[in-house]
Design a protein around this ligand. Structure first.
Ligand SMILES: [Mn+2]
Length: 426
């Protein structure tokens, strides 16, 4: 769990980055209607949660800075019997005041009046530029006079880049649950099952271990379906002799995990599958080896592109000079995506990749990112030698940058051919 002191420290940091006579506002997410009076599962806005630790909807956090000092104010739902009867218990003003280390707590009804007061004499307003228009309208109504508008999300997302020990603990917990889901599937007999049945197994393991949900829609892609990067239909039969690409990770206490393994339906890789698999695995190992503080993600991408282009030549998919092939991006149809992304409160953590000056941000201790090379050889692609058509492989781990290198947080989710085949044998 993340302590209240840590949330307070984050607010201190945020306030210190605000201009001297300013006000910052953060809104909780709204419920989204699915149809009529049914809603999608609620999930708090990541930036709001990062700054408040508060999970309820209809809430607002405000920081008011004056010179060197600042005040934090939280607006929460009123405790009303009838509302609680329908929608569940609310923390309420008194409890929120006790629990959160904010200076003041009010019920939401008081927001507009208070907001007007806080704005007096201020010269700039910070809010999330991606805010719903309905909320921007409220801001505009009261903050017309404030000429300077700044994007608060940019500052918070910069802060979110480096994870605290408590955050890393939660990420590890998420990965641990995800590990169980993946290892279970490696052991399972999967012939003639439907992809969604494996998805059900995965999600059972997630929920059964206290994960709120998946961190993203699971990809369970049998055979050639692995060559559709965002395949989420998950409704086909798994065929003996095929591989399954499983890209699935749970979210635990708001923190994501993101793991891909590509395993054989019947427990044994064919020689052709082995060949492609090991080329992807070797690429991943090469990239991992290069990870340490001050290295840039683009360097990792370069290593991956180089290694995969060589692999594609070895497989007979590409022919010619490696450097030229890379320069002309000939690998792109078979490896179209990046080497990885930040991960944290969001699976694709919305932290920046470039600094204020447009320069790429280097890896630093406490950052978490995925490393996920892949090779995708579509069954209809005539440039691919016949024996490799329909094979799609990705291997993805979650990595923490340490003082002098990295820690592979998902190293216990086996990935060598030998280990995966052995697990099925048990
Ligand atoms: Mn990923």
């Amino acid at each position: 769990m993340i302590k209240e002191e840590e949330y307070k420290k984050r607010r201190d940091t945020l306030a210190s980055k605000m201009s001297k006579n300013s006000i910052a506002i953060l809104f909780s997410t709204n419920y989204k209607t699915r149809s009529n009076d049914t809603e999608y599962p609620y999930r708090q806005d990541s930036n709001f949660y990062y700054m408040s630790g508060f999970k309820e909807d209809n809430s607002i956090l405000i920081l008011i800075r004056k010179n060197r000092k600042y005040k934090s104010v939280l607006f929460v739902n009123k405790k009303e019997k009838i509302d609680e009867l329908w929608n569940g218990k609310r923390l309420g003003k008194e409890e929120a005041k006790k629990r959160f280390l904010v200076d003041e707590v009010y019920i939401k009804d008081e927001f507009e009046k208070k907001f007007k007061e806080y704005l007096e004499g201020k010269d700039s307003l910070y809010f999330d530029f991606k805010l719903d228009y309905s909320k921007v309208k409220i801001l505009k109504r009261y903050a017309k006079s404030l000429a300077i508008h700044k994007n608060i999300a940019k500052i918070i997302e910069q802060m979110r880049l480096v994870k605290s020990d408590a955050e890393i603990k939660l990420i590890k917990k998420a990965i641990n649950i995800t590990k169980e889901a993946h290892l279970n599937l490696m052991k399972l007999n999967k012939i003639n099952k439907k992809e969604y049945q494996l998805q059900a197994d995965i999600e059972y393991t997630f929920k059964n271990n206290g994960a709120y949900s998946d961190a993203y829609t699971s990809i369970v892609a049998g055979g050639n379906n692995a060559n559709t990067l965002h395949y989420i239909d998950n409704n086909q039969y798994l065929k003996e002799g095929d591989l399954i690409l499983l890209d699935a990770g749970c979210e635990y206490e708001y923190y994501a995990s993101d793991i891909t393994r590509t395993i054989p339906v019947n427990g044994k890789y064919t020689d052709e599958q082995k060949k492609v698999y090991n080329l992807v695995l070797n690429t991943q190992l090469k990239v991992l080896e290069a990870i340490k503080p001050n290295v840039k993600r683009s360097k990792l991408q370069k290593i991956a592109v180089n290694s995969i282009t060589e692999a594609l030549v070895e497989l007979g998919v590409l022919k010619g000079n490696i450097k030229k092939l890379i320069k002309n991006e000939k690998y792109k149809p078979y490896y179209p995506h990046g080497i990885g992304h930040w991960m944290g409160l969001d699976v694709h953590d919305s932290c920046p990749y470039k600094d204020k000056n447009g320069k790429e941000i280097s890896l630093a201790k406490g950052m978490v990112l995925t490393i996920e090379p892949g090779i995708y050889l579509d069954e209809e692609d005539k440039s691919v030698p016949k024996q490799y058509r329909g094979i799609g492989i990705r291997i993805e781990d979650d990595v923490l940058i340490t003082d002098d290198g990295y820690e592979n947080l998902s190293s216990e989710i086996v990935k060598t051919i030998e280990d995966i085949e052995n697990l099925k044998g048990k």
